[in-house]
Design a protein around this ligand. Sequence first.
Ligand code: MN3
Length: 262
Amino acid sequence: VRNITRRDAIAMTSMTAAAAALGVARPVHAARQPQGEKPVLLGPERVGPLVLSPLPYPAGDLEPFIDQETMEIHHGRHHKSYVDNGNRALSGGPLEGLHAERILTALDRAPEDRRTAIRNNVGGHVNHALFWATMAAPSKGGGGSPTGALADAINAAFGSFDQPGGLKDQLAAQAVGAFGSGWGWLIVKDQKLAVASTPNQDSPLMGEAVVGKAAVGTPILGVDVWEHAYYLKYRNKRADYVSAWWNVVNWPKVAELHAAAL
Ligand code: MN3
């Protein structure tokens, strides 16, 4: 038994929040694993193939901020293709059947000729599962401001939620400023909150070697800034989409993930 590394710690904490985001039970493995031992990837945390869960609300629920057609295509075609292509890339390999979050923390174990496909598609699956879970119609808890311990953590890290220079400005800058396709994130990093961005379908869970020191952490909120997320309604106006997206952020869910990540 060796000392637990920071990366292992991040990977294990991530599992909890991620499992919650994906609406699945916390892996048995997390509770049984003796502390300080490297996670055994071929154990009881095998959960089967990636599955496209239905949206947690009707596709039109986020109107007028995110339109129904975008939601239908985004979930039913884009997310579905990440699931299908991810399962194909995982098929017969050492990571097949593992919890999707666990796969993202173990990309170095993917066969080299499939690593990029696994990174892109399993990343896409996990990122979108979190995205759907952390939005809600304003009439069903979306929008407004964070409260409680999450609000305290936001104030501590960013000065404020919505004053100039606060979280909203800092996360929007990450999301709007990301070149090309990618994501803006609110992450838990060293027990504190931080904002980050990643290109393509990279996830803060993938570790420093993949996403760099600044973006590594446990994602508790993400905004998809691929054009497929907003082009039908907002055309090229990414900033307008991000600004509208705040109206459907499900802060109670984010608070839950924040608590789980600590
Ligand atoms: Mn997308």
